[in-house]
Ligand binder design. Structure first.
Ligand SMILES: *[C@@H]1O[C@H](CO)[C@@H](O)[C@H](O)[C@H]1NC(C)=O
Ligand SMILES: *[C@@H]1O[C@H](CO)[C@@H](O)[C@H](O)[C@H]1NC(C)=O
Ligand SMILES: [Zn+2]
Length: 382
């Protein structure tokens, strides 16, 4: 009886989850990248663009290397490494007394960061923050650079740090242990993200290419996911020319949420050259060439429900279809409650039954004791 309830519960949950998440999978970003116009044939050093990614290596040979970024992370092929130490950040909690410069450089939206911001634990050296920036798509095309099991998130944040043993970012960028980038996936949530609003509210001031503005400082830590404990680590590169292969990548398993409106602001406001919309600024996933992706956490084997995703983490599959996912989830929640109650009732019934059986048994024992009271004690102990 109990087993049955569990089994039905399990079946229904996995069905709901499958139908909820299937819509968010299998985005076809390849085709959309190909259909971008090939307007400029120029391979001028400063005029690379996302419409001609294969052309990058003709001007920047590292872009054709064997340790390029971004990559797809196949969660079935990552390797747990207990030696990875947790990331500890320092100086991220800026106040409005330290203004920051926010730039539309034609390729991305970039926030300059003071060198008081650092990663003080997690690597063999201290890494100093230099800038953070974003990658995004359009309303139809989710634009994270890294993918998880071939699924793009709507957007991705990169916080770029350089090894403190070098004097600045440009020097460190050419050194093997030069850079550490923290990456976070950005999905859609139901609520406005007030931390992201500190940046997004200034976008209209810098809609034209190569323009910048100043915004008050704020706690930059809040742009990253709540939990920094679960992360992926691999050796890769800058995802833009000159594609130097000097980046130790850290991608967090926990994700960030912004509202649909906030994501739309990021996708629809900034302009690049010739006043074209600055969007789809993500590079296609690169080949691993034998590289291993390490994790600071145990991944769940792909048993259980269809996606191998534990119930508590289904909200991470937060793409454009999030409202559908959330509807499915609330259906799942209701089912969970219904079966929770069923389970409780069954348990109660079972307890009552057991109690009564025991009472009967005790009574029987008592009765039988009374019956055998005249028998020798030896028999009783057998
Ligand atoms: C970075 O440091 C190097 C080496 O100290 C120096 O030659 C270079 O001018 C610096 N670059 C910038 C942009 O400060
Ligand atoms: C987080 O980890 C879980 C368990 O491995 C996985 O199913 C999920 O896709 C991951 N999400 C991200 C954004 O890495
Ligand atoms: Zn980036």
């Amino acid at each position: 009886m109990l087993l049955e309830v569990f089994f039905i519960l399990y079946l229904l949950q996995s069905q709901v989850l499958t139908s909820g998440s299937s819509s968010s999978s299998s985005e076809t970003h390849e085709s959309s990248q190909r259909d971008e116009q090939h307007s400029k044939g120029s391979s001028h050093q400063h005029h690379w663009g996302y419409h001609d990614q294969d052309g990058w290596l003709s001007s920047f040979e590292d872009c054709g290397g064997k340790s390029q970024s971004p990559i797809n992370i196949n969660t079935g092929e990552v390797k747990y490494d207990p030696r990875l130490s947790l990331i500890k950040l320092e100086g991220y909690d800026l106040t409005d007394k330290s203004p920051l410069s926010l730039l539309n450089n034609g390729h991305t939206l970039q926030l300059s960061l003071p060198n008081s911001m650092r990663i003080v634990r997690g690597f063999d050296h201290i890494y100093v923050a230099a800038q953070l920036h974003f990658h995004w798509g359009t309303v139809e095309i989710p634009g994270s650079e890294h993918t998880i099991d071939n699924i793009h998130f709507p957007a991705e944040i990169h916080v770029v740090h350089y090894n403190s043993k070098y004097s600045n970012l440009s020097e460190a960028a050419t050194k093997a242990d030069g850079l550490a980038v923290l990456g976070g996936f950005i999905g859609i949530g139901l609520h406005e993200n007030e931390n992201y609003e500190k940046i997004l509210s200034a976008l209209t001031n810098i809609s034209s290419e190569e323009s910048y503005t100043e915004i008050p400082g704020f706690n930059v830590r809040h742009l990253l996911p709540n939990s920094l404990e679960r992360f992926y680590r691999y050796k890769g590169s800058l995802t833009t020319p000159p594609c130097f292969q000097t980046v130790s990548w850290t991608l967090f398993n926990d994700t960030v949420r912004v509202s649909r409106r906030q994501l739309a602001a990021l996708e629809d406001t900034l302009k690049t050259e010739h006043s074209k919309l600055l969007s789809k600024n993500f590079r296609a996933p690169q080949l691993l060439h034998g590289r291993k992706v390490l994790t600071s956490f145990h991944t769940v084997p792909s048993a259980g429900n269809a996606r191998g995703v534990p119930l508590s983490e289904t909200q991470d599959l937060n793409t454009k279809e999030s409202s559908e996912t959330q509807d499915a989830l609330s259906k799942g929640d209701i089912l969970a409650i219904v079966f929770g109650v069923l389970f409780a009732v069954t348990l109660l019934a079972f307890s009552v039954y057991t109690y009564q059986q025991r009472k009967k048994y005790t009574k029987f024992k008592r009765d039988s004791k009374q019956n055998v009271i005249y028998k020798p004690a030896v028999k009783e102990e057998a």
